[in-house]
Design a protein around this ligand. Structure first.
Ligand code: ATP
Ligand code: MG
Length: 416
């Protein structure tokens, strides 16, 4: 027996409607905001993520699924969606077309992590990237897309925002951070010692308890923002107020990826449970240029779908299932089954959810099965019915039966 790889999950037939529901709402909301879908490969050249995600991030240093293909190229399964979308934007000259380029995707992502509830090695994201617009109204729009999705799904979440400034203000802030952390160097974890040298901002993102304790007193970036970044942050707040979205400023949020500038945000579930961060995003004005494109501002986010579904389950959000057949056609003998088959073909041809027996069951067993799969009606064809050209249709909810002529079958079931 070969088992499923650690940190991955099957979506079984009884549960797939939940995924379809969440993905369907994500697509509807994307449409409402006039986003268009972009589909990029599941794997890319490793170099893309080294440059696009950043070599001081956990993703790049510890979590990537990287391998050599048979042509000796270094390939990586995408650990997130932004780098691939940005590569495609540059490679296909989307910047020369309609701007802003408002894109969304639903993708699997791969990270070699310690599996636990809400943390998998293959997981799924709904992501949005808006390229070409630099104003804070666009940051607000990205936040509103995520907010609409989470609200539509019935989740209780809190929005945290922060600004991590631009390379100019970050220089001053990095200096302040180094001065603050220098006396604590011995107490920091191994990774944070490297972060201290390479990218002190990352120190604030550490998940080790001891580092978190020290972090609590670190200077905040908001005291170091340059005039432009400060104005951008104020503008974002005014747009969020206009939209009626409440938020809390959290100067600890820096996000795990290197390419963020100015706005960063997270949506965190307010109901209990680990891995409560369901969405993370922000502005990344430096990425396109970093990847070799003409400089272009950008803002985006990603929502983790497993975490959404987990929280919906924990908080008892009902997910509607409309997969149950409208009608199950039961046939008594060989001729009746043939008639049932013929009518079933006709019903399906008219878009009516219909099922028939494939297991040579008795009529009684067929009824049982119809009940199990939640059929709204069972239409029985016995010898007498076949002769009279009718079927005996039972409403499974009320128990009432009526006779329906074969030629009226489509008409009868159409709006049931
Ligand atoms: P965390 O701090 O929880 O590791 P992250 O900062 O690494 O999150 P992002 O890279 O911002 O996460 O990814 C966006 C979203 O994708 C997260 O908010 C989360 O909902 C989801 N996500 C990230 N990693 C995983 C994972 N290993 N398994 C399931 N969902 C994940
Ligand atoms: Mg992570």
């Amino acid at each position: 027996m070969i088992n499923i790889p650690k940190g991955t999950k099957d979506v079984l037939p009884a549960d797939s409607y939940k995924w379809q529901y969440v993905e369907g709402i994500a697509r509807d909301i994307a449409k409402t905001f006039c986003l268009k879908e972009i589909r990029t490969p599941v794997f890319e050249h490793t170099e893309l993520f080294l440059r696009g995600v950043g070599d001081t991030t956990d993703i790049v240093t510890k979590e990537m699924y990287t391998f050599k293909d048979k042509g000796d190229r270094s390939i990586t399964l995408k650990p997130e969606g932004t780098a691939g979308a940005a590569r495609s934007y540059i490679e296909n000259g989307l910047g020369n077309g309609v701007l802003p380029a408002k894109l969304y995707y639903i993708i699997p992502a791969f990270r070699y992590e310690r599996p636990q509830a809400g943390r998998l090695r293959e997981f799924h994201q709904f992501g949005v990237e808006i390229f070409g617009a630099k104003g804070a109204d666009t940051d607000a729009e990205a936040i509103l897309i995520a907010d609409s999705l989470l609200k539509k799904l019935g989740l209780q979440v809190k929005l945290y925002i922060n600004s991590i400034g631009c390379p100019t203000c970050r220089k001053a802030y990095n200096k302040a951070l180094r001065e603050f952390f220098a006396p604590h160097l011995d107490e920091l974890c191994y990774d944070c010692k490297t972060r201290f040298e390479k990218n002190p901002l990352r120190l604030l993102d550490c998940k080790e308890e001891n580092c978190k304790k020290i972090n609590a007193n670190a200077p905040t970036i908001l005291d170091h923002l340059c005039e432009d970044c400060s104005a951008h942050f104020e503008s974002l707040k005014s747009y969020l107020a206009l939209a009626g979205v409440s938020y809390e400023i959290n100067p600890r949020i820096v996000r795990g990826l290197d390419y963020y500038t100015r706005t960063v945000f997270e949506f965190v579930s307010t109901s209990i449970g680990a891995q409560g961060t369901v969405c993370g995003g922000g502005r990344y004005d430096g990425l396109i240029e970093e990847l070799g494109g003409n400089p272009a501002p950008a803002v985006g986010f990603a929502v983790g779908l497993e975490r959404l579904l987990m929280l919906m389950e924990q908080t008892g959000v009902e997910i509607p299932c409309n997969e149950n057949p409208t009608v199950y056609l039961a046939g008594m003998d060989a001729d009746c089954r043939k008639k049932a088959f013929e009518i079933c073909v006709k019903l399906r041809g008219n878009g009516i959810l219909s099922e028939i027996d494939h297991m040579e069951r008795s009529v009684k067993a067929q009824f049982k099965y119809a009940d199990k799969i939640g059929a709204k009606y069972v239409a029985v064809i016995g010898g007498n019915e076949l002769e009279a050209g009718v079927m005996n249709v039972k409403n499974m909810a009320t128990g009432e039966s009526e006779s329906v002529a074969f030629e009226n079958a489509v008409e009868f079931f159409k709006n049931k």
